[in-house]
Design a protein around this ligand. Structure first.
Ligand SMILES: [Ca+2]
Ligand SMILES: [Ca+2]
Length: 143
């Protein structure tokens, strides 16, 4: 029993000690975007519907319903993660993305298209070569 308490205390101390070295408090939202807040002067409060974040840079409010995850990190950055190949933005890379990509190349219509996910061969532009790369990925399972 004593051993358990000591172990818990060490874990707590380690937790606080490491928390002090982190530079950002980050939130992952339900749409998988992330926001980072500097821990400098950080104060976090919440009520039944929102999280209120105040730090040296200002303040922000996030609806609790939008919060998927909350954690400390040393990396800032607010760029949402992009799933390469998920051209139609439905969370999966399938043959439907090939269709969406071809439709886009033929029509030039970006509506409903995640253009950042369409550059499958990482060439910084979207062309027929990305269709080939996407089909290769679907057939082989690797980029
Ligand atoms: Ca998709
Ligand atoms: Ca490309």
């Amino acid at each position: 029993m004593k051993k358990t308490i000591i172990t818990m205390l060490i874990a707590l101390v380690a937790m606080f000690a490491s928390a002090e070295t982190y530079s950002y408090l980050k939130f992952t939202k339900t749409d998988n975007s992330t926001v980072a807040y500097s821990v400098e002067g950080l104060k976090v409060t919440y009520d039944a519907s929102n999280v209120y974040i105040t730090n040296a840079e200002g303040s922000a409010t996030i609806a609790l319903a939008q919060v998927k995850d909350m954690y400390f990190s040393n990396e800032g950055g607010t760029a949402p993660t992009v799933m390469i190949g998920d051209v139609n933005n439905d969370g999966d890379v399938t043959i439907a993305d090939v269709t969406a990509l071809i439709d886009y190349l033929l029509s030039g219509d970006e509506s409903g298209i995640n253009i950042a996910a369409a550059d499958c061969n990482n060439s910084t532009d979207v062309s027929i070569a990305d269709v080939t790369a996407l089909i290769d990925y679907l057939l082989s399972g690797s980029w």
